[in-house]
Design a protein around this ligand. Sequence first.
Ligand code: B12
Length: 131
Amino acid sequence: MAKTRFKPKGKVVIGTVKGDLHEIGKNILVMMLKGAGFHVIDLGFDVPPEKFVKALKTENAKILAMSCLLTTTMISMEDTMEALREAGLSGKVKVMIGGPPTTDDFAKQIGADFRGRDAYEGVEQAKLFVS
Ligand code: B12
C-alpha cells in the first residue's frame, strides 16, 4: 500500500494506557484499522498521557484510541482526557476507548466520544469519525 498512491482514510494514534501491559486486544484493533485503510501510530502499552498528546500533535492525528484491561488503569484514561484538555486538543480529536472494564457510562463520564465492545466496532466508529 505504501508504494501505491493509496491515500489513508485517516490517522489513528493508539495505545494501552499507563500501568497496563495488556496489548492483545489493542493489537487486533491495530491490524483491523490498518486493513480498513487507516494510518495507525501504535504507541504500544503502558503509554503515559503526555506520550499520547505528543504523538497526536506530531502526527496531526484526529483520532485517539485507548485500551485498558485492568479496572485499576481506567483512571489512566481519565488522566489522558485531562491531558488532552490541557493541551487544547479537546474537541479537535475524536476519542474512542475499549477493553472489558470500560462501559458506555464511563466513556461519557470522562468525555470520550465512543466506547467499543470489540475491534470491529472500533473500526466502524473510526470510519464514522472520518466520514
Ligand atoms: C493475556 C492476559 C495477561 C497477559 C498480557 C499479555 C499481553 N502481551 O497482552 C499478562 C500475563 C502480561 C497479564 C498480566 C496481568 N494481568 Co492479565 N489477563 C490476560 C487475560 C488472560 C487475557 C486478556 C486478553 O488478551 N484477551 C484477549 C483480547 C483479544 O481481548 P480484549 O483485550 O478484551 O480486547 C478485545 C475487546 O476488549 C476490544 N478492545 C480492547 N481494547 C480496545 C480499544 C478500543 C478503542 C476498542 C474500540 C476496542 C478494544 O477489542 C478486542 C478484540 O475484539 C485476561 C483474562 C481474560 N480471559 O480476559 C487477564 C486479566 C485481564 N488480567 C488480569 C490481571 C489482574 C493481571 C495482572 C495484574 C496479574 C498479576 N497479578 O500480575 C497482570 C497486570 C500486568 C499489568 N500491569 O498490566 C485480570 C484483570 C482484572 C481486572 N478487572 O482488573 C484479568 C481479567 C484476569 C482475571 N480474571 O483476574 N495478563
